[in-house]
Structures are given as structure tokens and as C-alpha cells.
Design a protein around this ligand. Structure first.
Ligand code: ATP
Ligand code: MG
Length: 565
């Protein structure tokens, strides 16, 4: 599977260039990559970037990308998350084939590796508390101090480590640390913790383990185990690369097969958060309906919102791979969706805020079948039949009582085109006791069937409509950004929660859609003419109450807030 936008003409990004060089020099015959999620939440748009990169490089080189669950923290992980991650990677269009792995499958080997380090005098059991370890670690400007437990004998360390494994110590009583260099300018190398005691049940290994390896120890050795050639991660791991290399160098000698860690800039999208911890908080505190809430930039949220896998892959290709941290505007993501939907989405009529119109000179018993195009720019997408009758719904905003001259839609005495139907002229406004407009009474010109006047008279406005007796009543959900500020984390005094957009969801409960939408499939996407792109949301729908989500507006309303129609 290749991303739609990569092509031979585009220069290689720096990682693909490294891979190409390694193949050219014969260092590797083919690159083996991996995507290593921790199953402690659902995947988000940032993960999509990493997935497209890792699986993309493998696919471009007829090689394989492993899906490896980095499941070393039993307290926060679950099989539900594992399943959601598999579903999302597949949905994005990628396939790990038989290469599905779990770091927990390596716990025995990792333990043996730790024992090996102890035997080499390169690891020791330390009884300092977490706070003390931090305090002894020093700062960027001051070296650390050595732990009083640093120089115990190999025998003592072997004994203590095996007793840690047996559960003889409480959580936090001791840890296994690498013996590297407390004076290193790189703080990561100041005797990092390799193993900790956690008396938690693991979703795969059950109660077998009471000690669990840390990320830095696990990751490089999992890469080694799977013969990964290029281990791609985000820039915050740059300092950890020294530890990655230290562990591998300490435990093996053949440099040929040593995986290489390469860092790239993570994806940040404005007006949202993409840390799993924060997404979980939004879910747990009920600010969204779940991990797949269509306002969340999780893969499952984007899927439910109506984004296609191709749009997300295109977005990742557009963003590209580099080493400089940057923010991507949400509008870029929305535009990729528009580009994709504009080509493929069927055009339909949906009235979101209905106002009834009675055509007083149209025969009461008549229903006509009018022909409408599914995509005016793409005749190959065919035509459909729209029923037309004496009573129709139009958009309330397509009528105005004291309309200015430039209002080209309906007003008393003015004529407008009902798309694919007739020219109609408004004769009268009907109001209820509160003065609210409840109905328009109009006349239609029978000579204008199809929407054009034989005498050539000019009618500027064209509006959409739905026949009253044929309408499909539906709920439509409109989404706005989840946060009101570009970077919800920028204000260190306040929580990102303080910047939630109270208007991020609008529910329109009484929309009238053309009848064909009763057969909408979850994979269909539509352009409701003049309203945006929409999809059917089966998860939110009841048996008689279909729900449609707006995927995006037709144009970037944030960039063109004040643009006139
Ligand atoms: P989060 O920060 O959201 O909790 P994480 O890094 O803890 O994410 P992991 O499950 O460890 O989540 O991530 C799996 C892979 O996805 C890692 O290789 C990580 O570097 C990559 N990744 C995570 N977030 C991003 C992002 N925003 N942009 C690019 N890659 C990302
Ligand atoms: Mg992580």
C-alpha cells in the first residue's frame, strides 16, 4: 500500500534517504521496520503519521513492517486497546501479515539479558526510592551522584534480582539499574532504571511476572529480536538513543545486525490534543462520547466522522517527514478531506433547517419524478430520481422578509430556481401567533420544468429542496473544533480542559433529506449541496432515527469566516 501522494518525482525524505543509502551500500538487503504502539489507548492522527512512514517504507521496498505491542506497563494496558489498534491499522490500509508481536512475548529473554548485564557488572539492584533516584541524578548543569548500592557484588545483585522476581520486595522497594555513568552530560545515561517491581496482572502474561522491564531496555532488545533495521521514533527519544545503543552494544557484538534508531518530528495539529493521556481524560470525564467521538482526532473518531483512509494517508504524505517540530493547521487536514470528497462524494439534497413551501398552483394529487445528477462535474456518476410534489421543504435561510437587493434567494415577489425542478415565485408568508414564519405560499411556472425558463429570463438564485411527503427525517450533527485555542496546552497555569469549545457539537434534530438517503451505507459519503460533506453514522442512529455527521463544510469557514455567499 503506498500513499497516494508519493511519487517518483518527489524527493525522498531524510529517513527514506538513509534507507536507500543502506540498501545501496549493501548494509541491508531490505529494510524491516516496526510500528510499536503501547496498548494504553486508541490510535490518533499522530500515530497515523508513524504508521504511514513505517508501513510505507516497507511497502516501497517489498519488505515487511511489524506491528509490535509495546506492552510493558500492565497497569494501563488492555486487550480492548490491542483490538482497536489492529482494527485502525488495517482500516488505514496496512497489513502486518504474520508479523504481529508483543514485547511481553520477550519477557523471558529480557530477564536473561538483564542477568547477563549483572554478570558483566553492568547492572545493579538499587534501593534508593524514586525521589532519591531523581535527586541523585543531578541536573543538566550538575553531574549526578553515585548510588550507595552501585558497587555491590555480582553475586549479591544476582540474588537480589531473582528475589525481586519472586516477589520478596514491595513495589518501589528496589529497582534494577544499568551501571553507566552518573557524570554523563546525557542524563538518560546516569544509571537508568531497567526493571521495576509491579505487582499487577498483565493482560497477556497474567500473574507470571512481578517485575517489568522499562521502555528503554525493552525497545532496543525487541528491535534486535525481530531484526529490525530502522527503528523510527519521534524526536523526544533523541537523548534515549545513547541508551538504546548502550544496551545493544553491551549485549551483542555483531554490529551488522544492530538496529538503528532514527528520530523524526512528531505531528502536532492545532485546536486539538493528541496525547493518549489527555484523550483518555476527555473520554473518562464525559466531554466526548467516547474514543470514537467524531470530534476527536483519533483514527476511530476520524473514521466515524467520515474521513476516508485515503484522505488520512494523503494528509500524512502532505505533512511529510522532517526533523523540525512544527504545527499543522487543522485546515490542512480538512482540506485533504475536501479534496478527496469533492471527487467521489455523491451530490444529494438535505434541508437542515426546514421551512415548508406550498406551491398553490401545483396539482394536489400529482407527484413528478425529476432527474438530478449525482455529480454535475462527473456525469459518469449517473443520475437519480427526485420526487416532487405540491409541498416542499426549503432551507429557512433561503428566505428573507425584507431582503436586500443582492439577496438572490426567496422573498415575497421574487423568483428563484428550485434545482432540477421549477422556477417559483413567493406570493405570501404565513406566520404563527408569535410571528414566526411557518410557511411560504408560492406559485410555480409549469413551463420551467428542469429549472430553466424558455423565455430566457434571468433567475440568479438556485436552492435545494425536498418533497414533504417523501422526505426522510433525520438528525444531523455538525462539528466544530474541540478547542477554542490553537494550542490548548500552551497556558501552563491552566488545564487544556479550560479551552474546550462549548459549541463543538450542534445537533439538528429535524432535518429533511431526500428519500434515497434512507439506503445510505456507512461507507457512503455525500455532499449535501450547499451544506458540506456528510456520512451516515450507524453507531449513533436508532432504527427509525438516522443520524448523519457533517464531515467538513464545503469551504474552509475558519479561513474565510466573513466571505459573502
Ligand atoms: P502519546 O504521546 O499520544 O501518548 P505515545 O508516543 O505514548 O503517544 P505510543 O503508543 O508509544 O504512543 O506510540 C507508538 C508510535 O507512534 C511511537 O513510535 C511514537 O513515536 C509514534 N507517535 C506517537 N505520537 C506521534 C505523533 N504525534 N507523531 C508521530 N508519531 C507519533
Ligand atoms: Mg510512548
Amino acid at each position: 500500500m503506498s500513499t497516494e501522494k508519493d511519487s517518483a518525482s518527489k524527493p525522498l525524505d531524510f529517513i527514506r534517504q538513509i534507507v536507500a543509502n543502506d540498501l545501496a551500500s549493501g548494509k541491508h538487503s531490505s529494510p524491516i521496520t516496526r510500528f510499536p504502539p503501547e496498548p494504553n489507548g486508541f490510535l490518533h492522527i499522530g500515530h497515523a503519521k508513524s504508521i504511514c512512514l513505517n508501513f510505507g517504507i516497507a511497502a516501497e521496498n517489498d519488505s515487511v513492517c511489524h506491528l509490535r505491542f509495546d506492552d510493558t506497563n500492565p497497569c494501563k494496558e488492555s486487550t480492548d486497546y490491542v483490538e482497536s489498534i489492529k482494527r485502525d491499522v488495517r482500516w488505514l490500509g496496512f497489513d502486518w501479515g504474520e508479523h504481529l508481536y508483543y514485547a511481553s512475548d520477550y519477557f523471558d529473554q529480557l530477564y536473561d539479558y538483564a542477568v547477563q548485564l549483572i554478570k558483566m557488572g553492568k547492572a545493579y539492584v538499587c534501593h534508593l526510592s524514586g525521589d532519591e533516584i531523581r535527586e541523585y541524578r543531578g541536573t543538566l548543569t550538575e553531574p549526578g551522584r553515585e548510588s550507595p548500592y552501585r558497587n555491590r557484588s555480582v553475586e549479591e545483585n544476582l540474588d537480589l534480582f531473582s528475589r525481586m522476581r519472586k516477589g520478596e520486595f514491595d513495589e518501589g522497594a528496589c529497582v534494577l539499574r544499568a551501571k553507566i555513568d552518573m557524570g554523563s552530560p546525557n542524563i538518560v545515561l546516569r544509571d537508568p532504571v531497567l526493571y521495576r517491581i509491579l505487582k499487577s496482572r498483565h493482560h497477556r502474561t497474567g500473574d507470571k511476572w512481578l517485575i517489568y522491564p522499562m521502555y528503554d531496555f525493552t525497545h532496543c532488545l525487541s528491535d534486535l529480536q525481530e531484526a529490525i533495521t530502522h527503528s523510527l521514533c519521534t524526536l523526544e527519544f533523541e537523548n534515549n538513543r545513547a541508551l538504546y545503543d548502550w544496551v545493544l552494544d553491551a549485549l551483542q557484538t555483531t554490529n551488522n545486525t544492530k538496529p538503528r534508531q532514527i528520530e523524526f518530528a512528531r505531528l502536532n495539529v492545532n485546536y486539538t490534543v493528541t496525547s493518549k493521556r489527555k484523550l483518555l481524560q476527555l473520554v473518562n470525564e464525559g466531554h466526548v462520547s467516547g474514543w470514537d467521538d467524531p470530534r476527536m482526532l483519533t483514527i476511530s473518531g476520524l473514521r466515524r466522522r467520515g474521513y476516508t483512509p485515503a484522505a488520512i494517508r494523503d494528509f500524512c504524505a502532505t505533512v511529510g517527514i522532517g526533523r523540525r517540530e512544527s504545527w499543522i493547521d487543522m485546515g490542512v487536514l480538512e482540506n485533504t478531506a475536501r479534496d478527496d470528497l469533492n471527487l467521489h462524494a455523491r451530490r444529494v439534497f438535505g434541508v437542515l433547517d426546514p421551512l415548508k413551501v406550498v406551491l398553490t398552483n401545483y396539482p394536489e394529487a400529482l407527484t413528478e419524478e425529476l432527474i438530478a445528477q449525482n455529480h454535475p462535474q462527473n456525469p459518469e456518476m449517473g443520475e437519480r430520481i427526485l420526487p416532487f410534489s405540491r409541498e416542499i421543504y426549503i432551507e429557512r435561510s433561503d428566505f428573507m422578509e425584507d431582503a436586500p437587493k443582492k439577496f438572490f434567494r426567496l422573498s415575497v415577489g421574487r423568483e428563484v430556481r428550485l434545482r432540477y425542478a421549477y422556477l417559483i415565485t413567493c406570493q405570501e408568508v404565513v406566520k404563527d401567533a408569535q410571528g414566526r414564519i411557518v410557511e411560504l405560499r408560492c406559485t410555480y411556472d409549469p413551463a420551467t420544468k428542469g429549472g430553466s425558463a424558455p423565455d430566457g429570463r434571468k433567475v440568479k438564485g438556485a436552492i435545494h429542496w425536498v418533497s414533504v411527503p417523501h422526505a426522510l427525517r433525520a438528525e444531523v450533527r455538525l462539528y466544530d473544533r474541540l478547542f477554542t485555542v490553537e494550542d490548548p496546552d500552551a497556558d501552563k497555569e491552566r488545564s487544556f480542559m479550560d479551552f474546550l469549545n462549548p459549541a463543538s457539537l450542534s445537533i439538528l434534530g429535524n432535518c429533511m433529506l431526500e428519500p434515497g438517503l434512507a439506503e445510505a451505507d456507512p461507507d457512503d459519503r455525500f455532499q449535501f449541496e450547499r451544506q458540506g460533506y456528510f456520512c451516515f453514522d450507524p453507531a449513533a442512529s436508532g432504527p427509525d432515527a438516522p443520524v448523519f455527521n457533517r464531515i467538513v463544510t464545503l469551504r474552509d469557514s475558519w479561513a474565510k469566516l466573513n466571505e459573502a455567499e
